[in-house]
Each structure stands twice: as structure tokens, then as C-alpha cells.
Design a protein around this ligand. Structure first.
Ligand SMILES: [Fe+2]
Length: 464
């Protein structure tokens, strides 16, 4: 009998392993008190392969599953559903996986592609969209989590959409981009506050790359072009479609929001990879861009995934870039020496000067092995240069922290940090509400979920 991928792949084991039941649970047990101001739903997306993978599995491959925790009147309920993509429907009909993953792309065959919708879930203009960066958004029903189907902005979106659109807190616009290994390699898009796609423009880039996220300020858009180059030669030897070519360096493309492709200026910095910026803002003639920066990226090939070690410079650390729009340089300053990812801010500060940020962090003494288990939540005060850390213990991994303000007008860190925490001893998960002004202190409330929620990617809060 041949070995199953789930017997050998660490991303299919422990709390990385899929949870395959869909269900609903009301009146969950709560320790502490859920703040009455928290009225709404936290949606979280992540990869959750519905069937045993047919070949090598990459963490980015799994079918999307939405976990929704609804809070109101101090009570909590839970619901989870798959993003029911066309690909998953075919696989359910067949009773087995039909689509191979990222590490098994075969350039000589027609791509067998599945829009897993597994990366993020966002709310804009009355639509709940599950996103994965290589495809159209998938529209979901916010109450039942039924999949409504792919959404192409009424036929106006040509090409894929990033999983990391930016909602401008003043204009209500949704700014986003899409990248592709084939021309046009990069396109920039704007949806207005009603959700209508009002602008699409191809942006020239020096090479095709996997661009996971970007940044915006009040007046600029910043594209992050890293030396992770799409290359379909020697794919078998390299173990994937990407080639890490550090001699190219990393380039930051700054475009005025009032301008277009002809106005993009590129700024050079040391070779590095960024999945996630924390935020960007203008500071005089400079743009400040805080990012979770990897010195190199080994995560996108078979060999790299097999040999990951989160102690070395393959791990992300928070970092500040200052782009000098007048002088032309990029000043590069580490903000922290602890490994951290999934940076978030108060979304009301998006594109504006932020003082506080939140990440999932790894503690050095727990840094072993090749799986990104984040065991702490770390708050940054970037004005004072201080951090605060809430530890959950080895094996009790956390997900992306999400800040929710107490009220529309409350101060930047007056609110809560919502985070899913795995409880390894009980093999279940908890939804933890931390006081954003006392992240290291005891949680304000802990909601016991009916079962574990696998480690995933991104989530957002939608007020009732
Ligand atoms: Fe992401």
C-alpha cells in the first residue's frame, strides 16, 4: 500500500490537519464576559482539504473553510462551512481529489485549477467575499455561509484578485490588484463604495512574481515586487513554479492614487520577501511601510518546505522601510528580532499613521521544526518602540490577531484583539478576546468552541 500524503506531511497533521465537518453551535460556553459592544461576526478563512491530496500538499492548497463566530448580547455562536467552489463540487461528485496542488503544477499539461477561495474573507459594499489570489472572489451568504458563486464585478473584472484588498476608511473604496505569471503580470483595480469596479489598469513590472499583498496610503499605492520569480523551466528540479533570485533585489513601486502606470516609480531595497505589510503612511517626503519581512523565501518549493527552519532568516520579522520620494532611497530598519507574521492594525488607520500594530509571534525557545506555529500575540507601540506579548504556551498556536475598536470614535488601541487559540491538551480551540490596552493580561473573555479550528490565514470583523 502506498503512503498517504497526510501520513507524512506536517501541514496535514495536528491542528494543521483539516476539520471536515460543517455545522452550527449556539450558546457557547464563555469564561469571563463578552463585551456588549462586540455585536457582529468574526469570519476566518483557511485551507482545509476536503479530500486526501493526490500528490504533494502545500499549505496554500486546501479548500477554503469559513469559520464564523457571532457575538451579541454577551453570547456567542459558531458556524463553519466550506467555500463550495466548482472544483470542490466536482471532487465531491467524484468522491476524491481531482486537482493537484502548487508543488505539482505541470507546465506540459493544461492546468487543472481550483478556486479554493481559502485565504481571506472580506466585507465590502454589502458583499461577503472569500478570496484567494489566483482567481475571482467567491461570494458567500453572511448568515448561513452558503456559497453564492464566483463574483466578477458584473463582468468587469478581468483576471484574478488579490486576497488582500484595502478598504479606504474615508472614501469607502476597495483598492486591489491581481497578478499573473502571464502578461499582464500586474493589474490595479478600484471598486467604489457601492462595489462597482470603476478602474482597472495594467502596471508594468520588471518580472512576473507572486505578489501576495500590497500597501496604500492616503495618496499612494505601493506594490512590492520581490525576487520570487515565476519560472516554468526546470520546475521538476526546483520543486515548484518559483525561482528565488536574490540578485534582483526587492523593488517597491510607488504610484500616486491619482495617477497611473506611467507615474509608478520603483525604489530598490535588499532582496527580501513580504507576504504581509502591516500598514503604510506618508511622513513628509517619505512613505513609511511596515512589513513582516523574510530575508529569503524557501516556502514555495518542495525542497524548501521539506527543510524549513523557523530559527533562521527564512523567518519573518517586523521591519520598517522608509521610501524617500525626494532622494530616491529606501532606509531599512528592523523593528524586532522576534519572528512575527500576520500583522494587523486598527483598520481605521489604514493608509494613515499608525501607532499600534498586532502580530502572531513565535517565541525563540519554542522555535523548532518547520511548521509555522505561532504561540504568542505581540502588540507593537511603534511610537515608543515597545512591545507587549501574550503567551499561550508551546503547542497552543494562535492565528492572526484582529483589532476591533470599542466604538467608531474610540482611540487607536481602545478596543479588543480577537484571536483563535488552539488548546493542544484538549485538542480543541478557543476564541479569545483580549483587551487591546492590556494584551499581556488575562483575556476579557474566552469562548469555548465545539471543536478545534485548524490553523488558517485571515479573518475580519463585520459589525451587526
Ligand atoms: Fe495573506
Amino acid at each position: 500500500m502506498t503512503e498517504r500524503e497526510s501520513d507524512v506531511n506536517p501541514f496535514l497533521q495536528g491542528n494543521f490537519g483539516p476539520w471536515r465537518m460543517e455545522g452550527v453551535a449556539g450558546d457557547l460556553e464563555v469564561a469571563g464576559a463578552i463585551p456588549r459592544e462586540l455585536n457582529g461576526t468574526y469570519y476566518r478563512n483557511g485551507p482545509n482539504p476536503a479530500f486526501e491530496p493526490p500528490g504533494r500538499y502545500h499549505w496554500f492548497d486546501g479548500d477554503g473553510m469559513i469559520h464564523a463566530i457571532t457575538l451579541g448580547d454577551g453570547r456567542a455562536s459558531y458556524r463553519n462551512r466550506y467555500v463550495l467552489s466548482n472544483g470542490l463540487k466536482e471532487e465531491r461528485a467524484a468522491g476524491r481529489a481531482l486537482h493537484s496542488g502548487l508543488l505539482d503544477l505541470n507546465p506540459t499539461e493544461a492546468p487543472s485549477f481550483k478556486n479554493t477561495g481559502n485565504t481571506n474573507i472580506v466585507w465590502h459594499a454589502g458583499r461577503l467575499l472569500a478570496l484567494m489570489e489566483a482567481a475571482f472572489p467567491t461570494r458567500m451568504r453572511p448568515d448561513t455561509l452558503d456559497t453564492l458563486g464566483e463574483f466578477d464585478f458584473d463582468g468587469r473584472l478581468i483576471g484574478p484578485m488579490t486576497a488582500h484588498p484595502k478598504m479606504d476608511p474615508e472614501t469607502g473604496e476597495m483598492l486591489f490588484f491581481g497578478y499573473s505569471p502571464f502578461p499582464p503580470f500586474l493589474q490595479y483595480h478600484v471598486a467604489d463604495r457601492t462595489g462597482a469596479l470603476v478602474r482597472s489598469e495594467a502596471i508594468d513590472v520588471a518580472w512576473p512574481s507572486m505578489m501576495h499583498d500590497f500597501a496604500v496610503t492616503k495618496d499612494h499605492v505601493i506594490f512590492i515586487l520581490c525576487p520570487l520569480v515565476f519560472s516554468f523551466e526546470n520546475m521538476a528540479a526546483r520543486g515548484g513554479p518559483f525561482s528565488w533570485e536574490p540578485e534582483r533585489g526587492t523593488r517597491l513601486g510607488v504610484m500616486p492614487r491619482s495617477g497611473g502606470n506611467a507615474d509608478v516609480r520603483w525604489f530598490q531595497t535588499d532582496a527580501s520577501y513580504v507576504f504581509h505589510p502591516m500598514n503604510a503612511f506618508a511622513d513628509g517626503d517619505e512613505i513609511v511601510l511596515d512589513v513582516a519581512r523574510y530575508g529569503r523565501l524557501d516556502f514555495m518549493s518542495r525542497q524548501g518546505v521539506d527543510n524549513l527552519d523557523y530559527r533562521d532568516d527564512t523567518a519573518a520579522r517586523m521591519h520598517r522601510w522608509r521610501i524617500d520620494l525626494r532622494g530616491g532611497g529606501v532606509k531599512s530598519t528592523p523593528l524586532d528580532d522576534i519572528t512575527a507574521e500576520f500583522p494587523r492594525i486598527d483598520e481605521r488607520r489604514l493608509g494613515r499613521r499608525h501607532r499600534f500594530g498586532y502580530t502572531a509571534a513565535r517565541e525563540p525557545e519554542l522555535n523548532a521544526g518547520g511548521r509555522p506555529v505561532w504561540s504568542a500575540i505581540r502588540k507593537y507601540d511603534l511610537e515608543r518602540g515597545t512591545t507587549e506579548t501574550r503567551r499561550f504556551g508551546a503547542g497552543n498556536g494562535v492565528g492572526e490577531p484582529l483589532f476591533v475598536p470599542r466604538a467608531e470614535t474610540s482611540a487607536e488601541d481602545d478596543g479588543w484583539v480577537l484571536v483563535l487559540v488552539y488548546d493542544q491538551a484538549r485538542d480543541t480551540s478557543e476564541f479569545t478576546i483580549l483587551d487591546a490596552r492590556d494584551v499581556a493580561g488575562e483575556p476579557v473573555a474566552t469562548v469555548r468552541l465545539p471543536h478545534r479550528v485548524p490553523y488558517g490565514f485571515h479573518g475580519n470583523w463585520v459589525g451587526a
